[in-house]
Design a protein around this ligand. Structure first.
Ligand code: UGA
Length: 317
């Protein structure tokens, strides 16, 4: 397989690229290395992948000549984007429209221009659902995001579906539910909680900590991408990829304390606007269409993430 991975230096993109290279794929990766979080982390991911055979381009999708780059590519895994639910209010929304909506449309146009368009596997998000009237959420439920981030991911998802239906391009959108594991983004809950535990600092919890998440382990998400790359699907399909672990933030802290072997103090801060109270997705469609199901439990996955960050800390000291 010849694959293009956008957002290759990020958390999920780099984990996916590593697996693709292990499987013998030829992988081109693009990442503009934005400064949303420490660029050194992204550079390290990219360098690590380059050593494994990645052809890396530190470029912005909006400025790159995409048509020649896409020639001969079988599958585009489109993970590039502006993440962060809580930071998407205010003037920063421009970044979300550019990097999530416009960049996706630009990529789709370049895909459409190919004589033989590659398949597009798009990284969508559970944030498209918002606070749903019932759980688990299913793909045909009316999406009603509660953050501008969710709106931008949904707009891009609609574009992906539209280009699939209109032009027959093999597109599929995977709605990921709060992905975690080694190399997790530093702004996300578990990497912050683990960092606090290792540094003997209090964990900051937004709201009362009773919000529920369907946390999904990164290797399971990677597996869903691989299956989506070759499954027989109708153009424009959308499916949930959720870990099946509906737990509260408080529960995850208790789990972390067990793994850490000591209590970790918690400091509560006001709930952040845009934070959904609950996510929880049905995996029936992914199971039927891809033969996919999550395999890593929250206890196991959190232990692996903890071990990864603890080891990195030891390496630094
Ligand atoms: C995550 C990703 O950040 C999004 O990019 C992704 O699209 C989204 O999942 C998704 O599934 O659609 P989120 O669920 O907010 O968003 O993930 P976390 O940052 O891990 O937060 C989980 C929960 O912990 C949230 O309720 C958040 O408010 C809470 N949290 C987070 C804290 O209480 N304290 C923190 O320091 C960080």
């Amino acid at each position: 397989m010849r694959a293009l991975v956008t957002g290759v230096a990020g958390f999920i993109g780099s984990t996916l690229a590593r697996r693709l290279l292990e499987e013998g794929a030829s992988v081109v990766g693009v990442d503009s290395l934005t400064d949303y979080y420490d660029r050194a982390l992204k550079r390290r991911n990219a360098t690590d992948m380059q050593a494994r055979g990645l052809l890396f381009l530190a470029e912005d999708l909006l400025r790159l000549d995409l048509k020649p780059l896409l020639e001969g590519i079988d599958v585009v895994f489109h993970l590039a984007g502006q993440p962060g639910v809580r930071a998407s209010w205010g003037n920063d929304f421009e970044r979300y429209t550019e990097r999530n909506v416009l960049a996706t449309q630009t990529l789709l146009e370049a895909v459409r221009a190919q004589a033989s368009p590659p398949r597009v596997v798009y990284a969508s998000s559970s944030s498209v659902y918002g606070d749903a009237p019932q759980y688990p959420t299913r793909e045909n439920d009316l999406p009603r995001p509660v953050s501008p981030y969710g709106v931008s991911k949904l707009a891009a998802e609609h574009l992906v579906t539209l280009y699939g239906l209109q032009f027959g391009i093999q597109t599929v959108s995977l709605r990921y539910f709060t992905v975690y594991g080694p190399r997790q983004r530093p702004d996300m809950a578990f990497s912050r909680f683990i960092d606090a535990a290792l540094n003997q600092q209090p964990i900051t919890v937004y709201g009362d900590g009773k919000q529920v998440r369907d946390f999904t382990y990164v290797d399971d998400v990677v597996q869903a991408n691989l299956l989506a790359a070759s499954a027989s699907l109708s153009p424009g399909e959308v499916m949930n990829i959720s870990g099946g672990s509906s737990v509260t933030v408080r529960d995850t802290i208790r789990l972390l304390e067990e793994i850490h072997g000591a209590p970790v103090p918690v400091r509560f801060e006001p709930r952040v606007v845009g934070d959904a109270q609950r996510t929880g997705g049905s995996n029936e469609r992914a199971k039927a269409s891809l033969g996919w199901r999550p395999t890593v439990s929250i206890a196991e996955g959190l232990s692996r993430e903890y071990a990864y960050f603890a080891e990195r800390r030891r390496d630094r000291s």
